[in-house]
Design a protein around this ligand. Structure first.
Ligand SMILES: Nc1ncnc2c1ncn2[C@@H]1O[C@H](COP(=O)(O)OP(=O)(O)OP(=O)(O)O)[C@@H](O)[C@H]1O
Length: 349
């Protein structure tokens, strides 16, 4: 263990990291700012998810951590060692998005091949292969040609390959992408098993649900920036920037004449929209709970108390009544969608 690692439990430490792909070639017109000052920290034993839409900068960050490309600013270290250094790399296992295992291999011969690449001796290769085939649920299938493997089985073999040299950190690029629900569940189970065995895992994904199921910590990225980071259990709440904001669930009933309920669009455009412009974000737009009685419910994030007061005044002003007004804890999905929507989308470059 290095001295800097001993002083901190950070396995991955990224500070103000920048990456600009230089343009000007025949194929590329201008510079592309793929990372614009990214900071995040993953600690020992965490399953850390990097979530973001296409082009967010996830793969670029992983490539810098692995030393495949260099950053153009900021710092990235693994175990307190510079990312990309030989010592740091030797302690990382990596599963690329689509690992191509040569079709002539069996699971066992593939692991022997990767074990040799990691300079392991034959005895260690046999012992690690036995252990890992059991961990990834491929014991008994190890002499079959990989030609007969499903995508999920190939991905589990890929996990075993990444673990051959018993790394301290596992980096997985979209580990469940392209798998069917059974394959996804199987891969997720292996990740859970590794987590329970104390491995630190860093994975990227653009699928919120997958990240939510398996990760303990998360960074949400878009446009080369980290928009939020922290333990998943706390990501649904308010972010630091929203400390003054109030998330509420409101349910109300409006009067209606001649048995005609007011349409959702009218509730939105006539009653609520004028009250909320600028100072309120929708978490969910109004839905009518009981059309016949014009009862509506919606979730709002009010950035100032006055906006909430005005909504209440407007409901009352139309002769309506408030049924419920409750504080609302945002789900991870709502937080994610709100961050994406509020992002002044500066897509690279
Ligand atoms: N070698 C490169 N040269 C120029 N631009 C690049 C290069 N690699 C990535 N980019 C650009 O950098 C930005 C970030 O790309 P990156 O692949 O890191 O995003 P991502 O979040 O991994 O997206 P995806 O989920 O689609 O893989 C994108 O605009 C992409 O087009």
């Amino acid at each position: 263990m290095s001295r800097s690692e001993a002083s901190s439990s950070s396995i991955i430490s990224v500070d103000a990291l920048e990456k600009t792909y230089r343009g000007g070639s025949f194929f590329r017109r201008g510079d592309v700012h793929a990372l614009r000052g990214v900071s995040l920290h993953a600690e020992r034993g965490q399953v850390f998810g990097l979530l973001g839409p296409n082009g967010a900068g996830k793969t670029t960050l992983i490539k810098i951590l692995l030393g495949v490309i260099r950053s153009t600013g900021g710092r990235a270290s693994l175990f307190g060692l510079p990312a990309g250094s030989t010592e740091a790399r030797s302690r990382v296992g990596y599963l690329p998005e689509s690992l191509r295992v040569d079709r002539h291999h069996t699971a066992r011969s593939a692991l022997r091949f990767y074990g040799k690449l990691s300079r392991l001796d034959s005895q260690t290769i046999t012992r690690r292969s036995d252990e890992l085939l059991a961990v990834v649920g491929l014991e008994g299938r190890d002499r079959e040609s990989v030609k007969r493997f499903s995508k999920g089985m190939l991905q589990r073999l890929g996990l075993a390959q990444a673990l051959m040299h018993d790394p301290d950190l596992l980096i997985l690029d979209e580990p469940t992408d392209g798998l069917d629900p059974v394959g996804r569940t199987e891969v997720r189970r292996v990740i859970e098993r590794l987590r329970d065995a104390g491995k630190t895992i860093f994975l990227n994904s653009h699928i919120l649900h997958e990240v939510e199921l398996v990760c303990s910590h998360l960074a949400i990225m878009a446009g080369g920036n980290v928009l939020a980071t922290g333990p998943i259990a706390e990501m649904g709440g308010r972010s630091a920037a929203e400390n003054e904001s109030i998330a509420i669930e409101i349910e109300f009933e409006l009067p209606h004449a001649d048995g005609d309920a007011i349409s959702n669009e009218d509730v939105l455009s006539q009653l609520l929209a004028p009250a909320i412009s600028g100072s309120v974000q929708w978490l969910s737009e109004p839905i009518d709970l009981e059309c016949s009685r014009s009862r509506y419910a919606c979730r709002l994030l009010c950035h100032e108390q006055a906006a909430l007061d005005e909504i209440v005044d407007r409901v009352r002003g139309t002769g309506g009544s408030l049924i419920r007004l409750l504080p609302h804890r945002q789900s991870l999905e709502e937080t994610f969608m709100r961050l994406m929507e509020s992002q002044v989308y500066v897509a690279a470059p």
